[in-house]
Design a protein around this ligand. Sequence first.
Ligand SMILES: Cc1cc2nc3c(=O)[nH]c(=O)nc-3n(C[C@H](O)[C@H](O)[C@H](O)COP(=O)(O)OP(=O)(O)OC[C@H]3O[C@@H](n4cnc5c(N)ncnc54)[C@H](O)[C@@H]3O)c2cc1C
Length: 245
Amino acid sequence: MLFVSDPLQPVRGKAYIARMEKGTVELIKKLTPTMLHVNVRPKNLFPFKAGQYAAIQTLEGEETKKKYYSIASSDKNTDSLDFFIRLFSDSPTTRYFESLKTGEEIHFEGPGGKVHYNTNCSGRSVFLCTGSAISQHYSILSSNILEMNSPFLLWGLRNQDEIFLVDELNQLKEKNPSFNYEIVLSAPQKNWSGKTGYVSDHILKLGLKPTDCVYLCGQSKFIENVEISLTKSCGNCDNVIKESY
Ligand SMILES: Cc1cc2nc3c(=O)[nH]c(=O)nc-3n(C[C@H](O)[C@H](O)[C@H](O)COP(=O)(O)OP(=O)(O)OC[C@H]3O[C@@H](n4cnc5c(N)ncnc54)[C@H](O)[C@@H]3O)c2cc1C
């Protein structure tokens, strides 16, 4: 299996973090109890390719830190950047983002990362992700939806309380009716008729072909499990583009 992108190495080495930028927080909104939407207006236009991330400068007490976040918005908008930020109860980073106010200035570097839409893909574009990793996939989908051949998204979350972005995904379906998506819940509450379990449980049934382009984004354990399922379902699946958090 050939992985055409593994950007974690450059993240650690900061090899292609391009420049330091300033921006203004335009919107800060809790989408679910564990997901924050932050919209930033960069002071200068911020060209990026869908799939890339920015390193946002956060504050822990007096100390500044850099945390990496995929840009969730379309790369057609270089003057407005969306981020979906997962909130953790024991995290200083979460406290920093929750304390942000609209109009406040933030600093960030980027763009970084080599994951982007494979324009040479002759098969379907298939997106497999969990949780906040939808940021990267939503950016690629919303930037390229009109050119994509039967795109499909399988998105793993814990339960119904974590679901967001449904209206936006349905809007993508209106733009390209060949687009489909399904949400997989690992611990659904009652009254869930959709898929259950883990994303990796459902890969065999996708009927992947070697020409399909498969995008993976999530924690390293998720990537490992999905890779095992991919090998079983599509032994010679060559176009796998992955990023682990
Ligand atoms: C290229 C790249 C893109 C990324 N894009 C996004 C993005 O779009 N949205 C986003 O929310 N994050 C994204 N991340 C992850 C992000 O950079 C942080 O690692 C994450 O927000 C946790 O930071 P933290 O400082 O709160 O956690 P840490 O200080 O590292 O940990 C604090 C606590 O949070 C908990 N925790 C941390 N991470 C997880 C996890 N994944 N699952 C369960 N518990 C956890 C643990 O309990 C831990 O003790 C990305 C990472 C990379 C490398």
